[in-house]
Design a protein around this ligand. Structure first.
Ligand SMILES: *[C@@H]1O[C@H](CO)[C@@H](O)[C@H](O)[C@H]1NC(C)=O
Ligand SMILES: *[C@@H]1O[C@H](CO)[C@@H](O)[C@H](O)[C@H]1NC(C)=O
Ligand SMILES: *[C@@H]1O[C@H](CO)[C@@H](O)[C@H](O)[C@H]1NC(C)=O
Length: 274
């Protein structure tokens, strides 16, 4: 009888632990099917490195603003349970568009109060907000539900400057600010991917970009997922306790070397292990 009671108790504890889910919010570089034409997003390759199920809600063409305006963050906020992780990664589609609003550009600036009035194709005026407004609101609402958001910076494009991946867009710095202002884990995914690409070199890296300079092949997407896991290992996120065997051992180590406890104990200003 005691055995039965204990067994039921353990089963209840185990089922609570197994209930955690990792949700992904992002654009084509993370989404299933990537940018089409044989490309794929890195979110499709993450689950093998974790012991938790991954739900990839990334969708091509979206920005922090359009993911918000289409109600996708609201759906996510309504879906998450306490303890779920949400990885948020935007930037590729957030840049300023021309005279006619493209439905996804953000107001320029890294505060949460600046707004800009833009003109839609049908002539209507629309008030838009900053990247940090959209991301920080989503993070705070997810936290209020007990979820654990992780803000990740956008991936680099396959654009090189003097033999290394070119400098980050302003949305990388904005993502870091969003993470620090909301006191959630920030993963400088841009930099972890750039480190891997720099180690592999331009010729090899270019084979991961069969379509354009933004969207990866399945092989490239897996490397981009590995570099995210590398960032996770170096972070203090509770998600770094949920690595599968392959997540613990092969997060891109073949390209950029082993991460030791010494690397993890040393962190730079934005929390990367060095
Ligand atoms: C004009 O376009 C905007 C943005 O797509 C849309 O929200 C609005 O409903 C449109 N207005 C009309 C009158 O079609
Ligand atoms: C944020 O905006 C301030 C004011 O424009 C600027 O000084 C700072 O460099 C910006 N930080 C980032 C990371 O973009
Ligand atoms: C880890 O630290 C060692 C010693 O400082 C260094 O040589 C190595 O490059 C670091 N590894 C990574 C992945 O940063």
């Amino acid at each position: 009888m005691w055995t039965a009671v204990i067994a039921i108790t353990f089963a209840a504890v185990a089922s609570v632990a197994q209930c955690q889910t990792v949700y992904l919010a992002g654009d084509s570089t993370m989404a299933k099917g990537g940018g089409g034409t044989g490309t794929d997003g890195w979110g499709q390759y993450l689950a093998q490195y974790l012991t938790l199920p991954v739900v990839n809600n990334a969708i091509a063409g979206r920005s922090a603003r359009s993911f918000t305006d289409e109600g996708r963050f609201t759906t996510l906020i309504n879906t998450v349970k306490s303890g779920d992780f949400v990885v948020i990664e935007f930037g590729h589609n957030d840049g300023t568009s021309g005279a006619t609003d493209n439905g996804r550009q953000d107001a320029v600036g890294n505060d949460t109060t600046t707004t800009t009035t833009v003109t839609a194709a049908n002539g209507t005026s629309i008030v838009i907000h900053t990247f940090n407004f959209y991301i920080q609101n989503a993070v705070n609402s997810l936290k209020a539900k007990g979820a654990i958001p992780i803000v990740s910076s956008q991936t680099p494009d396959n654009i090189w400057t003097n033999g290394v991946i070119g400098p980050p867009s302003r949305f990388v710095g904005y993502a870091q600010l969003a993470g620090s202002r909301t006191s959630v884990t920030y993963i400088d995914h841009f930099d972890y991917v750039a480190q891997a690409y720099d180690a592999l070199g331009q010729t090899t890296t270019t084979t991961f970009y069969p379509l354009d300079h933004t969207h990866t092949s399945p092989t490239g997407a897996n490397i981009v997922a590995q570099t995210f896991v590398r960032g996770l290992i170096c972070s203090t996120s509770a998600l770094n306790k949920k690595l599968s065997a392959s997540g613990s051992t092969v997060p891109g180590e073949e390209y950029i070397g082993t991460i030791t406890s010494a690397n993890i104990s040393k962190r730079d200003a934005v929390g990367k292990c060095i």
